[in-house]
Design a protein around this ligand. Structure first.
Ligand code: NAD
Length: 507
């Protein structure tokens, strides 16, 4: 049994009411390094009993504790302390995220920076607000004000691709608004969430405000979503699980926020490639859009929609550069793409590529497991960046989220055709348009039915701008003022300063 630095035993990853414990059943789960398929940590495999205990603690902390009524300035100060602690532990957390999720350490560090920014953003946001919005009731004897209050107990359920970041986009606004919560990370990547909950305690968060249960979705996640004492469920993950969460939460009429998948178009007009510099930039960013974190990104630009006249040159150069991407363990120097998170995820990717080829797609590069090397153990879940040309909307690989390093290529001849293709998806998370024509850029951006649209860029987001999807990419928003509003109830307080009988029923 390994022991953590603070005395917590490794498998004591259930946190309820300020106490760390093992799972009620005593069950544990090995955490696997996807670069070599070896276990490198062990956590508690919680179940419904652990979920119940955590909800009870969160409920008590909300109903009887001090946090919901703590002055906003104090809550903000705590969030800023958390940001400082994240910066202090940047190297350790970046490394942990790399080993857990397979991403490069550099990406892990960037995630930590983004997370610290999000904590600071929500601290600034709540401090900058007034105490409520006074409403003109049309009378000198009435004082009417609209105020915001915490929702209550929040269940926060997160995926494996950006474990620390997704947890923080929920935890920071939930705390800023004065809620208590139970976080349930993905069962395969829980380690940085455990570390974050430890940092919250170190920053001085009262016991019971932050609770954590590690364990599977079908037991812990499903119980949290259905639990009658939970007021809000915020879920990030796949469409199938998200639909189940919404169903489980419906009988309790809970607030539900869903951040689901995407099938994101990257639209490239020929005019963006008219100069060598423009061409180089558009190709470079198309690579980044599709292959960062081996394509395991909800907003991955996995559909390249390129103008027919530049298709051949663009795809040839893209495929050439994709073949040069250095694959390997995320902790190795010079590695640009890590493995997929699990064998299951790699097999899924292989099935999608096989189905695309059977449906007529043309393989331009990749489409296989790479040769092992010193940086790339044979047991790791590696898969080569793959470019599939001559794709069309009839193919599964174009319609469904692969969540692997697979880029499909479709072409268009007119602006209308480009927009129609880009919007022809049940999802609507993000998309980009590349063009040198400013008018066209604004026109196309205005017509894309996606929650984030980039013009001549791909992937950046800002904590002050909302993130979320149209269509089946979800319900609600994270980040920005709307990301805080998710965690609040709105109350209208109407005060009559000179009450008198109404006499409606007087004879
Ligand atoms: P997933 O849906 O399998 O799991 C997500 C979380 O839900 C995990 O913690 C899991 O244990 C839990 N879960 C599973 N079934 C559940 C159930 N019935 N009830 C309650 N909880 C349940 O997703 P994943 O494979 O971990 O992550 C990949 C997915 O996440 C992709 O579809 C990706 O697009 C999406 N994602 C979306 C965003 C976004 O911002 N929109 C961000 C990151 C990931």
């Amino acid at each position: 049994m390994a022991s953590d630095t603070d005395g917590r035993q490794a498998e004591q990853t259930v946190h309820a009411g300020g106490r760390w414990s093992a799972a009620a059943s005593g069950a544990t789960r090995d955490i696997i390094d996807p670069a070599d398929a070896r276990p490198f940590a062990v956590v508690a495999e919680g179940d419904e009993r652990d979920a119940d205990a955590a909800v009870e603690a969160a409920r008590r902390a909300f109903d009887e504790g001090t946090w919901p009524g703590t002055p906003v300035a104090e809550r903000a100060a705590l969030l800023r302390r958390v940001a400082d602690l994240l910066v202090r532990d940047r190297e350790e957390l970046g490394l942990l995220e790399s080993r857990d999720a397979g991403k490069t350490v550099e990406e892990g560090r960037v995630d930590v920076d983004c997370v610290a920014d999000a904590f600071r953003y929500f601290a600034d946001l709540v401090v900058g607000e007034g105490a409520g919005r006074v409403v003109d009731a049309g009378s000198d004897t009435v004082h009417s004000v609209v105020v915001h209050e915490p929702v209550g107990v929040c269940a926060l359920i997160t995926p494996w691709n950006y474990p620390l970041l997704q947890a923080s986009w929920k935890i920071a606004p939930a705390l800023a608004a004065g809620n208590t919560f139970i976080v349930k990370p993905s069962e395969i990547t829980p380690l940085t969430t455990v570390a974050l909950v430890e940092l919250l305690a170190e920053a001085g968060l009262p016991d019971g405000v932050a609770n954590l249960v590690t364990g599977p979705g079908h037991s812990v996640g499903a119980r949290l979503a259905a639990h009658p004492a939970v007021d809000l469920v915020s879920f990030t993950g796949g469409l199938v699980s998200g639909t189940k969460v919404a169903e489980a939460a419906a009988p309790g009429v809970k607030k539900v926020a869903l951040e689901l998948g995407g099938k994101n178009p990257n639209v490239v007009f020929a005019d963006a490639c008219a100069t060598e510099e423009g061409f180089d930039t558009a190709v470079d960013q198309a690579l980044n859009a599709a292959f960062i974190h081996s394509g395991q990104v909800c907003s991955a630009g996995s559909r390249l929609i390129v103008e027919e006249s530049v298709r051949e040159r663009f795809v040839a150069e893209l495929a050439r550069r994709a073949a040069l991407i250095r694959l390997g363990r995320g902790t190795e120097d010079g590695v640009k793409c890590g493995p997929l998170v699990s064998e299951r995820q790699r097999e899924r990717t292989e099935e999608y590529v096989a189905s695309a080829l059977a449906e007529g797609a043309v393989l331009r590069t990749g489409g296989r497991r790479p040769e092992p090397s010193e940086a790339r153990p044979a047991t790791g879940y590696f898969y080569e960046p793959t470019v599939l040309d001559r794709c069309h909307r009839g193919m599964r690989v174009v319609r469904e989220e692969v969540f692997g390093p697979v880029l499909t290529v479709e072409t268009f001849r007119t602006e209308d055709e480009a927009v129609a293709l880009a919007n022809d998806t049940e999802y609507g998370l993000a998309g980009a348009v590349w063009t040198a024509d400013a008018g066209r850029a604004r026109r196309v951006a205005g017509r894309l039915r996606h929650g984030t649209v980039w013009i001549n860029d791909f992937h950046p987001y800002l904590p002050q701008a909302e993130w979320g999807g149209f269509g089946k990419s979800g319900v609600g928003r994270e980040l920005g003022p709307a990301g805080l509003a998710e965690y609040r109830e709105t109350k209208h307080i109407y005060q009559n300063l000179a009450p008198r009988p109404v006499r409606w029923f007087a004879g």
